[in-house]
Design a protein around this ligand. Structure first.
Ligand code: NAI
Length: 334
């Protein structure tokens, strides 16, 4: 079966890692017609919009997109394209499986957890204003609807993937109403899933427990901001941002993207590691029911990383982005 998939190369290292991943997916034999679309600063220059209508239409039509990172200016300029995309397409769940890849050194071995982050509200609502000179307010929005929806997602994901436990992470001791509501929705949902264990941690203590003994966690359920921070912490447990994939899922559409950003410090130097985007693409292949290709790509990636001869700089090697991709393609053909 041929799939039509929206491809957003993004900017910075985005086009480099995207080219590498498309090369590997094509070598896997999956039939994909890519529909390239611009986003962010490149789209702004060409169309006057950071999230052009053509891009949104393409994703709505195809239901699936593979996305490279897109730069967001800090403290000024346009609002985040990534946040805008999630809101425009109601991609309410951010899913980040975190586990050790063969041959990648990290502080821990045996990590196997899934971060489920609410993707549409919380402080990411972006509702900020200046009250008076020297005082600004940023509104933290937590709704029963979004909290219940993400809790349902986490528990049903746990059940479908044979996971044992969901841990809700919060700061309801301080934010009694907002995080309190998130927690109440998590507890209510937990009662519908008697086969899955449920517990709770305060976010600061959860961070400490994660860096002492990550193996005690299974599925983590978090509101947007804590989810953003804790998921990068979790990436650090298994080797960093270059080796963790992610999916943004809605009821209708799904956008698969790497955890890392556009890495302006190494952009154009052809040294970016395409592994994180490749892992996101593997999640995408599973989503479109191309499980055999997903399994073969994981096998080939594992073989290249374990052999160790071809590695990008972040993993201690000297290979370029495309040299690494070609090594994975060769392993696919073996
Ligand atoms: P970053 O993830 O781009 O970079 C952090 C560090 O990790 C840098 O030293 C970079 O060289 C390294 N790195 C990242 N990806 C790598 C890869 N694939 N291979 C090797 N090294 C890699 O984070 P930063 O610097 O905070 O953000 C840069 C820009 O990216 C910002 O404009 C930010 O808004 C945007 N961003 C976009 C995201 C997205 O499109 N989903 C997600 C996160 C950040």
């Amino acid at each position: 079966m041929k799939h039509t998939i929206t491809l957003i190369p993004g900017d910075g290292i985005g086009p480099e890692v995207t080219e590498a991943v498309v090369r590997i997916l094509n070598a896997s034999g999956v039939q994909i017609e890519w529909e390239p679309q611009l986003a962010g600063v490149l789209a702004l220059e060409r169309t006057g919009h950071t999230l052009p209508v053509d891009l949104l239409d393409s994703i709505r039509r195809n239901k699936v997109a593979l996305k490279g990172p897109v730069t967001t200016p800090i403290a000024e300029g346009f609002t985040s394209v990534n946040v805008g995309l999630r809101k425009a397409l109601d991609l309410f769940a951010n899913l980040r499986p975190v586990w050790n890849l063969p041959g990648v050194d990290s502080r821990f071995q045996g990590v196997d957890l899934v971060v489920v982050r609410e993707n549409t509200e919380d402080l990411y609502a972006g509702l900020e204003h200046q009250v008076v000179d020297g005082v600004v307010e940023s509104l933290k929005i937590i709704t029963e609807r979004a909290s219940t929806r993400i809790a349902q997602f986490a528990f049903s994901h746990a059940r479908r993937h044979g996971r044992r436990k969901v841990t809700a992470i919060h700061k309801a001791n301080i934010m009694k109403l907002s995080d309190g509501l998130f927690l109440e929705c998590s507890r209510r949902t937990a009662r519908e899933y008697a086969d899955i264990k449920y517990d709770e941690r305060i976010v600061d203590a959860a961070c400490m427990h994660l860096v002492i003994n990550p193996a005690q966690f299974d599925v983590l359920l978090l509101p947007n901001l804590y989810g953003d921070i804790v998921s990068d912490l979790c990436a650090g447990l298994v080797g960093g941002l270059g080796v963790v994939g992610a999916a943004n899922l809605g009821t209708e559409v799904a956008v698969f993207e790497a955890v890392h950003g556009s890495a302006p410090d190494i952009a154009g130097k052809l040294m970016a590691n395409p592994t994180a985007l490749l892992l996101s693409a593997v999640l995408m292949l599973e989503h479109i029911d191309e499980r055999d290709a997903a399994r073969r790509i994981m096998h080939a990636l594992g073989a290249v990383l374990s052999a160790g001869a071809v590695r990008t700089r972040d993993l201690g090697g000297a290979a370029s982005t495309l040299e690494f991709a070609d090594a994975v393609c060769r392993a696919l053909a073996d």
